[in-house]
Ligand binder design. Structure first.
Ligand code: PEP
Ligand code: MN
Length: 343
């Protein structure tokens, strides 16, 4: 069982409920978030049945959930959730287009990429300042200097920014600049990092681990939610497969399935799945048709000179083609562009 406390609930209210649970032989797990406190209750069926906390002061809601991931489960949700990132919605009624460079390299490159993204219809800008690279010899990102560039470009172009955080110690500084914190595939089960972003007052994009099952992915989201941050968007970015000619295999089933298991929005990143430009648009179309709540792609003004993932970056005709797919397919599925309802 999960007990969600009202925003104004006091410590006395919380202590009273914990005592009530313990008197009834249950175990209480209190998660104090920035905006709300959540109390998880573990106990036998008998214990949960005899607990009656609905009328106690400070209680907003109680939920009986059988899935192992309690807070992110679709159970007890009539409708999937819409998350807002700097006023831009990501959820079941809209379609959100996120684009930008894989990595922030220079102010000029980032600004140019942001303009390309905006002209193509994107309403959120992506860009990595802290890059999780396979090789320690590869470009590692500009760090805080990259965050400053992103913030300047946001002011100039007007797109809220999504950027990755790779270390729990950096969450505070990244949250100072970013509108959304991205957890990359390699960090999906970095539990210290998940707990740190769970305490941050920013929405989180949680990418699926390279070989993670749906349940492992949702349990990772549960770590974030358990710290009080329920503003989570899941991102399918391809999983390891036995086929060497593609970088990863975009799991289109994940979109449809995880939207049934969880109330959280699910988007696709066809760029990191494909690893090559010519496959990005076909995979994006497949993800959109499967019902994804958004798409995130890499764009670069000069992919041949990119310091990271140039082979998959869209530009020119390939970006135009993606823009057409994003403008035409979601309306067939009853979705409006997130641009039109941006706050
Ligand atoms: C990225 O989006 O820049 C990235 C590194 O992706 P992933 O974690 O999916 O590899
Ligand atoms: Mn990349």
């Amino acid at each position: 069982m999960v007990i969600v406390m009202a925003p104004g609930a006091t410590d006395v209210d919380i202590d009273r409920i914990v005592a009530h649970i313990e008197t009834h032989n249950g175990q209480a797990f209190v998660s104090r978030g920035v905006t709300r406190t959540i109390i998880g209750v573990v106990g036998t069926e008998d214990v949960l049945e005899t607990l009656d906390v609905d009328g106690l002061p400070g209680v907003a809601e109680t939920m009986r959930i059988t899935a192992p991931y309690k807070l992110v489960s679709a159970q007890n949700h009539d409708k999937r959730t819409t998350i807002r990132v700097g006023g831009v919605p990501i959820g079941p009624d809209t379609f959100t287009f996120i684009a930008g460079p894989c990595a922030v390299e220079t102010p000029e490159q980032t600004l140019e990429a942001a303009r390309m993204a905006k002209n193509a219809g994107a309403t959120l800008l992506r860009g990595g300042a802290f890059k999780p690279r396979t090789s320690p010899y590869a470009f590692q990102g500009l760090g805080v200097q990259g965050l400053r560039i992103l913030a300047e470009v946001r002011d100039e172009v007007g797109l809220p920014i999504v950027t990755e955080v790779t270390d729990a110690a950096d969450v505070e500084v990244v949250a100072e600049y970013a509108d959304m914190l991205q957890i990359g595939t390699r960090n999906m089960q970095n539990f210290g990092l998940l707990l740190a972003v769970g305490r941050a007052n920013r929405p989180v994009m949680l990418k699926r681990g390279l070989t993670a099952t749906y349940e492992e992915w949702l349990m990772a989201a549960e770590y974030v939610a358990q710290r009080g941050n329920l503003d989570i968007v899941l991102c399918e970015r391809g999983v390891r497969s036995f086929e060497p000619s593609i970088r990863n295999m975009l799991d289109v089933s994940a979109v449809a399935m995880v939207q049934r298991l969880s109330h959280l929005p699910v988007i696709v990143d066809p760029s990191h799945a494909a690893g090559r430009r010519d496959l990005v648009v076909p995979l994006a179309r497949a993800g959109i048709a499967a019902g994804a709540d958004g798409v995130m792609v890499d764009v670069h003004p000069h992919p041949e000179a990119a310091l990271c993932d140039g082979a998959q970056a869209l530009f020119g005709d390939s970006l135009d083609e993606l823009a057409r797919a994003v403008a035409t397919i979601p309306p067939l599925l009853g979705r409006t562009s997130a641009a039109h309802v941006a706050g």
